[in-house]
Write a protein that binds this ligand. Structure first.
Ligand code: SF4
Length: 373
């Protein structure tokens, strides 16, 4: 069984209708329970839950502090390349966009690592476009030993790979892998992924199964909010998480909820999610799953990030650049994947987090805690 088979039990229109059919009694029942199921999650993301936002926020904050303490993990993305062999309608790196392409060589990677290390980070997120030819497994194997010298925790967000390739990268120091399905609606997915390997919906959908079988320590999932009706897409994220936790219980999980942002060759957003609705979603994820990490990127505004932080978030990016070479050198904006909204430095962000009574955690976890004796 993989998730592409499991998902057949959830028909898109049935899920959407049942979310919108939830009422106040369903929401109250979900709020009174200690362990929530997927029907409760539907109630919490439904329009019927909007009047209960304050209650959801209080419970979410409490559960987050019980499980994670008053801490926020900090990480920073390092864009290694903007080469991509896919056409995705919503992305600045899409193959059909006439932007200057750049893949960092090993010396440039080292310069970026030095610049980032000076900011205080120990946890790095390596990001590439999806180009097997230019930025494939051999490139990663060359780059990782350099990066490992500077950072204690390495997360990657690259093209989906085979199980054996993931096993190999774990040996090279990869701790966590993020792969977002973008949308769980196969028809909408096909409309936005026009060319390249990413057009294969099921191959992407089963990536987390390959990760689980490879034994990755942590995996991330999520949908790109705005491509499809957000409540229904986020239900599938929760269903995917539930499935994965049962199948691959040794792994940890993290969810992101990026909202579409302007980018080169940008598109109309189909389902606009308000700030209040994003708060509702964050709280619903937390109430549904007290263990899952919830991550907030610099796509969101300063104001939003300041206010939402205590409500369920456990990790934050800060001081980010989405262009290859963006830390050690200042290159033109046209290389960016998407526009950053919160441009505050890592130190400024750290001070804000401390002022809210949180401890900043610059690394994820210590390898000595997980090494086999
Ligand atoms: S979203 Fe990813 S795969 Fe699609 S164009 Fe952008 S970098 Fe390439």
């Amino acid at each position: 069984m993989t998730f592409s088979e499991k998902i057949k039990a959830y028909q898109w229109d049935d899920v959407r209708l049942s979310i919108y059919a939830k009422n106040a009694a369903d929401v109250q029942r979900a709020l009174s329970k200690a362990r929530l199921d997927l029907e409760d999650f539907k109630a919490l993301i439904s329009p019927a839950a909007e009047p209960y936002l304050e209650q959801m926020a209080q419970k979410s904050q409490q559960l987050t502090q019980q499980r994670f303490g008053k801490t926020q993990q900090f990480y920073i993305p390092l864009y290694l390349s903007n080469m991509c062999s896919n056409i995705c309608t919503y992305c600045g790196f899409s193959m059909h966009n006439a932007i200057r392409r750049k893949t960092l060589d090993m010396e440039e990677i080292e310069r970026e690592c030095i610049a980032i290390k000076k900011m205080g980070f120990a946890h790095i997120l390596l990001v590439t476009g999806e180009s097997e030819r230019k930025v494939g497994i051999d490139y990663f194997k060359q780059a990782l030993p350099i990066i490992k010298r500077y950072f204690s925790h390495i997360t990657i967000e690259v093209q989906p790979l085979q199980q054996e390739e993931y096993s190999e990268l774990i040996q090279y120091g990869v701790d966590s892998v993020l792969v977002y399905q973008e949308t769980y609606n196969p028809v909408t997915y096909a409309e936005h992924h026009l060319k390249g390997k990413k057009a294969d919906f099921n191959y992407r959908l089963d990536t987390h199964d390959r990760l689980g079988k490879a034994g990755v320590h942590k995996m991330g999932l999520g949908s790109l909010i705005g491509l499809e009706e957000w409540r229904t897409d986020c239900f599938y994220v929760a269903a995917h998480l539930s499935y994965l936790e049962k199948q691959y219980w040794q792994s940890r999980y993290t969810i992101s909820f990026p909202r579409l942002r302007p980018c080169t060759g940008g598109m109309e957003i189909k389902s606009v999610m308000s700030d209040k609705q994003l708060v509702q979603l964050i709280c619903a994820y937390r109430l549904f799953n007290p263990e899952v990490e919830l991550s907030l990127s610099t796509r969101e505004s300063q104001h939003f990030r300041n206010h939402v932080l205590p409500l369920g978030i456990t990790s934050l990016s800060a001081g980010s650049s989405t262009q290859p070479g963006g830390y050690a050198e200042q290159s033109e904006k046209a290389l960016e994947q998407f526009a950053i909204s919160d441009e505050r430095s890592a130190q400024t962000m750290a001070e804000l987090v401390k002022a809210q009574g949180y401890e900043v955690v610059w690394k994820d976890w210590d390898h000595s805690l997980t090494e086999q004796s």
